[in-house]
Design a protein around this ligand. Structure first.
Ligand code: F6R
Length: 618
């Protein structure tokens, strides 16, 4: 989704803003722009394309100078990606500039009203409507910019994170949010401020930031201070929380890898350890999780658990369904957040909702949480991004501690979500007696071994590269798994389609004969997960069925498997483990397979077309 990176201070803004935009590229975008204040003028350069294209345009425009600048990467919603629709947008007078993430839903009504007042529009965007509304309100009320933004925002329906600047007040920037995240980095002695969609653009300059809450507006005054007010009634927020950022520059750089995705695949052994560090005390037989411990009664008395999430996080939720039911005998439903929020679900205060989200900003998941809370359910969040909207909106939660995930395709987020969820399931199974003591302890011991097994497994990278070479031109691909590994099949298919643009489908292996088997011929690669402890014989029968129809079989099996290698075209071995934890292993070859195929097809692995890292619009 769109990204904002801005600077107001005493240095040159251009390099800070452009580097900031590059850090936000992972969010997904189709055009980029910058506005710089120089010589009492607002100078805008913008273009369809990448930040590198913007640099070329800025060179042509000779637009590099200014101590105040705002940049934007746009992911088109209203209006096609083109130069004119790119941000920043100026108001009709040319005095106000805006960058905006989100959607103004009632923009058309406002636009019609503004047209009757003499406004004309260059772009098709809702954002240009918003900046002209602010200009009109400012004129009409003869007020300062902060007040005009506040009054204008009370008229809009939708979501926004905005930064607004007035050429006549060059020491001030107005920032506001509803539904889309925005962070303000605070430089030393208030001599400079940074504004961005997340902290990555300014992490090398400051570790202190304010994350605006929904319906808050900040007036940033250079060399003075930041004042935060409520959009609704203009009341003052007396002490906005200043967060100490934990993110480091190293974490958001590629560190010698060609792509963030590959780096993040290789980070998984450490990420899993970071996720259970301080929580899993295997030798003592303890799992410590404050968010669960403090609410144990609720968990134990819950009628059921409803998991809401989107995409890969939804797949992690499906794995969790199997674990919660198996370990703790608690009924679980897993819902797409986007469906749940609109289908009038039956839900009450005896239900626990677990919301899973890497970014903590997914609009549908956030809306599902709000709905569940309004019906009295207790909502528990599993997020990666500390301080994100979902982390703040939920009643309690557990972070995954995977570190920043920059590649658009989720990898370490998935395995760390499963890690957190398995700890919760084990904890509940122990607390309610559904899990025997012996099993509980053996699972704890096994969990500690998983990071080493993932590490050991990563040596298959070369083997996977060879397999990828063979199938890189396949138009379709089928993924099959059963039990705990059915969601992994779905996740494998999602990884392949999103980064290589090959059509792929994930299916429960036994379900194949109810339809997808018709697709199988000698052209069709089928990735099958056939681990020793997971309905093995049944899956082997499914493999035979594929073989009989000449499908190409890439089987993921347990180390030492002697049966499947005689049937499959390729066998990828993963270390033996408890079946419940096998998704943490079987998913690794799938991630690598997608990565290599995408690379061989010349795709942009880290920023696949049309996709956004955090989906802040519904
Ligand atoms: C797939 C992927 C997406 C996200 C989905 C939810 O690789 O990254 O499917 O999983 O957009 O995002 P979060 O987890 O941030 O809510």
């Amino acid at each position: 989704m769109c990204g904002i990176a801005g600077y107001i201070g005493h240095r040159q803004a251009y390099p800070i803003v452009v580097n900031g935009l590059k850090r936000l590229e992972y969010r997904g975008y189709d055009s980029a722009g910058i506005v710089l204040y120089n010589d009492q003028k607002l100078n805008v350069s913008k273009t369809k394309g990448k930040v590198s294209d913007l640099e070329e345009i800025s060179n042509k425009d000779n637009n590099h100078i200014g101590n105040i600048g705002f940049g934007h990467t746009r992911w088109a919603t209203h209006g096609v990606p083109n130069d004119v629709n790119s941000h920043p947008h100026l108001s009709q007078s040319g005095e106000l500039a805006i960058v905006h993430n989100g959607i103004i839903e009632n923009y058309d009504t406002i636009k019609k009203e503004l047209i009757t007042r003499g406004y004309t529009f260059k772009s098709d965007t809702d954002t240009e409507v918003l900046i002209n509304l602010i200009e009109e309100v400012k004129k009409e009320n003869n007020c300062k910019l902060g007040k005009a933004v506040q009054l204008a925002l009370t008229q809009v329906i939708g979501a926004y994170a905005i930064a607004v600047f007035d050429v006549n007040k060059p020491d001030e920037v107005i920032v506001a949010r509803l539904g889309s995240p925005i962070a303000i980095g605070i430089g030393k002695d208030n001599k400079e401020f940074f504004v961005a969609s997340d902290a990555s653009p300014f992490i090398e300059y400051t570790k202190e930031a304010i994350y605006l809450e929904d319906q808050e507006l900040a007036i940033i005054k250079l060399d003075r201070d930041i004042r935060v007010r409520k959009v609704k009634d203009d009341s003052i927020v007396s002490s906005p929380e200043v967060l100490e950022l934990e993110m480091s520059l190293e974490q958001i750089e590629k560190g010698g890898y060609d792509h963030f995705m590959l780096k993040e695949i290789y980070e998984q052994p450490d990420a899993i350890v970071d996720t259970y560090r301080g929580r899993l005390l295997a030798n003592e037989g303890i799992i410590k999780m404050a968010g669960v411990d403090d609410n144990m009664e609720r968990f134990l008395n819950a009628n059921r658990i409803i998991i809401v999430a989107c995409g890969t996080s939804w797949h992690a939720g499906l794995v969790a369904e199997y674990m919660f039911e198996d370990f703790a005998r608690i009924p679980v439903e897993v819902e797409y957040a986007s469906e749940f929020r609109y289908r009038n679900p039956v839900i009450n205060e005896k239900d626990i909702v677990i919301a899973i989200s890497q970014s903590g900003e997914t609009a549908d998941t956030l809306a599902a949480i709000k709905l569940a809370k309004s019906k009295g359910a207790f909502v528990f969040g599993v997020c990666n991004v500390v301080g994100s909207s979902i982390a703040r909106e939920t009643d309690a939660g557990a972070y995954t501690h995977a570190g920043p995930e920059i590649g658009v395709a989720s990898t370490k987020a998935f395995t760390t979500q499963i890690t957190v969820l398995s700890l919760i399931a084990l904890k509940l199974g122990k607390a309610n007696g559904a899990l025997s003591n012996a099993s509980y302890h053996s699972y704890l011991q096994e969990m500690e071994l998983i990071p080493n097994k993932v590490q050991e497994l990563l040596v298959i990278n070369d083997q996977i590269e060879n397999i990828a070479r063979e199938y890189k031109d396949a138009p379709n691909c089928l993924y099959l798994g059963r039990g705990f590994n059915f969601p992994v099949a779905l996740e494998g298919a999602l990884k392949l389609k999103e980064i290589s643009y090959i059509h792929a489908e994930g299916y429960p292996a036994a379900e194949m004969k109810h339809g997808p088997i018709a697709l199988i011929d000698e052209q069709m690669p089928v990735v099958v997960i056939a681990t020793k402890k997971g309905h093995y014989e049944k899956v082997v029968s499914n493999i035979q069925e594929i073989k009989s129809r000449k499908g190409k079989i890439i089987a993921i099996v347990t180390q030492g498997d002697d049966t499947v290698k005689h049937i499959a075209d390729h066998v990828i071995e993963v270390p033996d483990s408890e079946e419940a934890f096998s998704p943490l292993l079987t998913t690794i070859p799938m991630q690598l397979l997608s990565y290599h195929i995408a690379l061989m097809r010349g795709c942009n692995v880290d920023q696949p077309r049309n996709l956004a890292k955090s989906v802040t619009v519904e």
